[in-house]
Design a protein around this ligand. Structure first.
Ligand code: 4AD
Ligand code: MG
Length: 460
């Protein structure tokens, strides 16, 4: 009967019990007659120490010269070691090599840069850094689902193939089965999409919001959690071509409901991670971000800031000498400005609200001033924008006027306008960039290192 290493840590074991564990060697050390294997089986972040002795094992020499990441089956007795760093070890009776791992294994003991490890996405989860990152990622996803479930949201699935450009930024990946070397053309020389698989032009989704709005108009509170694709040519540590987004959408809600929900959500995830991933967070605290755990505790217990775009611009303008891009009312605020606000002014997460309509998306609700929209971005230290969201324009006439102003093709959005024609209500929602959240809670500075198999501009 195999025992998972995690269960040894969670159920206080009795001294001397028989155990059988499987795992991979993180280190193998030996002196003449006694050796030590630090064994992990992936069930928890902590390894267990295996002690093996020449006096007991006929294959002592073979085991002692095993390479890093050799896989083993070990039977033995559990020995409590209250004085040592680890609470127990396993004294081996038998050790069998399951899969050898030789000196050509690329991940040797020496410290390797994350850049080098990116060349081996299939092997890097075996390192402490990436193992911890992907554990935290999994727990954070679970925490998000729990948060929404506990708060009465229904998890809905929105399509990946779409026909509309939610953000209107034209950053879409086109999907086609047409032969690119022999594209069918219509009489007027355009691509003939009626010959394509879906008989229309199709792209990968840049956001599930529009479909989530349709679902919210029936289910009340919904959220999506899915892959999102953007063909942004941004070589930054914060942009991926394929990333995961959580998009809650709430009927009968306004901008404040969105901000309150988003703030509660971030705190919930942090609380969950502090409880369930102490070893991983301690690792990041030690190697990536010295004040991490303390900072997370602080964020979990303090109120986030809120400031209007107009007031934020006043602050930024006074500091224009510090910025590459100078700020004035009407300009889109860049990462450098976002970080200045959250790191130098607020020293905590902050919502910036009520942006000029020109720099925001078509669906955002127009404020009474006719110049700004009921939008808010949540900015966090070290990252900048973590969440973007808004109250939605529920008034058909205002929405269609805005779409016309932007030159949008009505026919692509008739279904969306139906939501305003039939029982329209005020509603609000937001999008959380999941990878940016993982960067924020781990201190890992590059989005390529929180995605198991990153796809970013320029290739993979
Ligand atoms: O601000 P964005 O573009 O908002 C939307 O897509 C809305 N439709 C969301 C909504 O209201 N339902 O994107 C939301 C978040 C950003 O704040 C950022 O965290 C993340 O998605 N994001 C990216 N993350 C990684 N790589 C990229 N290329 C990203 N683009 C946006
Ligand atoms: Mg945004």
């Amino acid at each position: 009967e195999r025992t998972e290493i995690a269960s040894l840590y969670t159920q206080t074991p009795a001294d001397g019990i028989e155990v059988k564990v499987y795992g991979w060697a993180k280190t193998v050390r030996d002196s003449k007659n006694i050796g030590f294997i630090s064994l992990t089986d992936g069930s928890c972040y902590k390894p267990v120490q295996i002690v093996f002795e020449a006096a007991k094992l006929a294959n002592y020499a073979e085991i002692a010269k095993s390479g890093l990441y050799t896989s083993f089956e070990v039977t033995g007795r559990l020995v409590l070691t209250p004085q040592a760093k680890q609470p127990f070890e396993i004294n081996a009776d038998t050790i069998t090599v399951l899969g050898p791992c030789g000196p050509e294994y690329p991940l040797q003991k020496k410290r390797m840069s994350v850049e080098y490890l990116r060349t081996m996405p299939h092997l890097r989860p075996r390192t402490n850094t990436f193992n911890a990152a992907f554990r935290v990622r999994g727990e954070a996803a679970y925490a998000l689902h729990s948060f929404f479930h506990e708060n009465g949201f229904t998890y809905v699935h929105t399509p990946i193939f779409t026909g509309s450009d939610c953000e209107g930024a034209g950053e879409m990946f086109q999907v086609t089965t047409l032969d690119l070397n022999n594209v069918p053309k219509t009489e007027d020389g355009k691509v003939d999409y009626t010959k394509d698989f879906f008989k229309r032009q199709v792209n990968l989704t840049v956001s599930g919001q529009l479909e989530a709005e349709a679902m919210a108009m029936a289910l009340g509170k919904v959220y999506t959690f899915g892959p999102t694709f953007r063909a942004e040519e941004s070589y930054t540590p914060r942009h991926a071509a394929e990333f995961w987004m959580i998009e809650p959408e709430m009927a009968f809600a306004d901008l404040n409901t969105y901000m309150d929900t988003a703030e509660a959500m971030i705190k919930y995830v942090i609380r969950h991670l502090l409880n369930t991933c102490p070893d991983e967070l301690a690792f990041f605290n030690q190697f990536f971000d010295k004040g991490l755990v303390e900072r997370l505790q602080l964020v979990e217990s303090s109120e986030f800031g809120r400031i209007s775009y107009t007031d934020a611009v006043e602050i930024l303008k006074k500091n224009n000498d510090k910025f590459q891009y100078k700020v004035e009312w009407g300009t889109d605020i860049q990462t450098e400005h976002e970080r200045y606000l959250t790191e130098q002014v607020f020293h905590k997460p902050v919502f910036v609200t009520d942006y000029p309509k020109e720099i925001k998306s078509f669906y955002m609700r127009m404020n009474d001033d006719g110049k700004t929209v009921a939008a808010a971005d949540m900015l966090v230290p070290g990252i900048g924008e973590l969440i973007g969201g808004s109250q939605r324009e529920e008034r058909l006439d205002v929405l269609t006027a805005r779409m016309d102003e932007l030159g949008m093709r009505r026919s692509d959005y008739e279904w969306y306008l139906d939501l305003r024609r039939f029982g329209s209500v005020k509603h609000a929602g937001y999008g959380l960039g999941f990878e940016r959240l993982i960067m924020y809670v781990t201190g890992i500075p590059n989005i390529r290192d929180v995605l198991p198999f990153p796809r970013t501009c320029g290739g993979f």
